[in-house]
Design a protein around this ligand. Structure first.
Ligand SMILES: Nc1ncnc2c1ncn2[C@@H]1O[C@H](COP(=O)(O)OP(=O)(O)OP(=O)(O)O)[C@@H](O)[C@H]1O
Ligand SMILES: [Mg+2]
Length: 223
């Protein structure tokens, strides 16, 4: 894929849900595109639709309207299995709440995405855990790790498949500011090393400035 081509293209995206109080438009007419290796911040206050948008971009949920193209594939035309495969191959995630599997060690958590792809897992998983300075914590379970350490495991897990796109939803939301700053530095470093396209959800304008570009959501619309 050439440098100019969009790796993510979103066209007229809408998400409407039915609730006890009637139907609710969470996202309305959202359009934008992201080029390969670009970094984009999605800003907006709580409830503006940021996580919903990220879930749609990642193929975790389907829109009510509109199109999403991811890595040249029309995500919105794939079935569930097709979306899962596209995610496994091309997408990494980091969440606010780490979301490590509690019954797996740090090493096993990082091995998992490679195992799902049928790839050799142990050596690459160990190597990236060493890269995030957790080589001495391979056999620890999540509850035996600090919040910052858990998020470093999550970063290792996200990058271990060398995804083309990384989605991060408030990755420092559960960390103190110093630990959070360290995690963000690491995220941007890994992003550079792996030439990954980064989509970062945040309500922190300073953090957004570290991204090449930003868009702001208000009540589900890009403003
Ligand atoms: N399945 C659902 N059913 C009903 N309402 C929903 C559903 N999912 C999200 N919403 C509503 O849609 C709005 C957007 O939610 P979303 O989680 O995307 O916001 P956000 O911008 O990520 O907020 P925050 O910064 O607090 O994480 C919220 O008002 C939320 O209550
Ligand atoms: Mg959110």
């Amino acid at each position: 894929m050439g440098e100019e081509k969009s790796i993510i293209a979103v066209e007229n995206l809408g998400k409407r849900v039915e609730t006890a109080e009637g139907s609710l438009d969470i996202l309305t007419s959202v359009s934008f595109s992201i080029k390969h290796r670009e970094s984009l911040a999605i800003l907006g206050s709580s409830g503006s639709g940021k996580s919903t948008l990220l879930g749609l971009l990642a193929g975790l949920d389907l829109p009510s309207q509109g199109r999403i193209e991811l890595a040249g594939v029309s995500l919105t035309e794939l079935d569930e299995d097709g979306r899962a495969l596209l995610r496994a191959k091309h997408v990494g995630f980091v969440f606010q709440s780490f979301q490590l599997l509690t019954n797996l060690t740090a090493l096993e958590n990082v091995m998992l995405p490679l195992e799902l792809l049928g790839a050799d897992a142990k050596n690459p998983a160990r190597a990236i855990l060493e890269r995030v300075e957790l080589g001495h914590r391979l056999r620890h379970y999540p509850h035996q790790l600090s919040g910052g350490e858990q998020q470093r495991v999550a970063l290792a897990r996200a990058f271990v498949t060398a995804p083309r796109i990384l989605f991060a939803d408030e990755p420092t939301g559960n960390l103190d500011s110093r630990t959070g700053a360290h995690i963000i530095d690491l995220l941007f470093q890994l992003n550079r090393e792996h030439h990954t396209t980064l989509v970062l959800v945040t309500h922190d304008a300073v953090l957004a400035e570290r991204c090449g570009r930003s868009i702001r959501l208000e009540s589900g619309r890009v403003v």
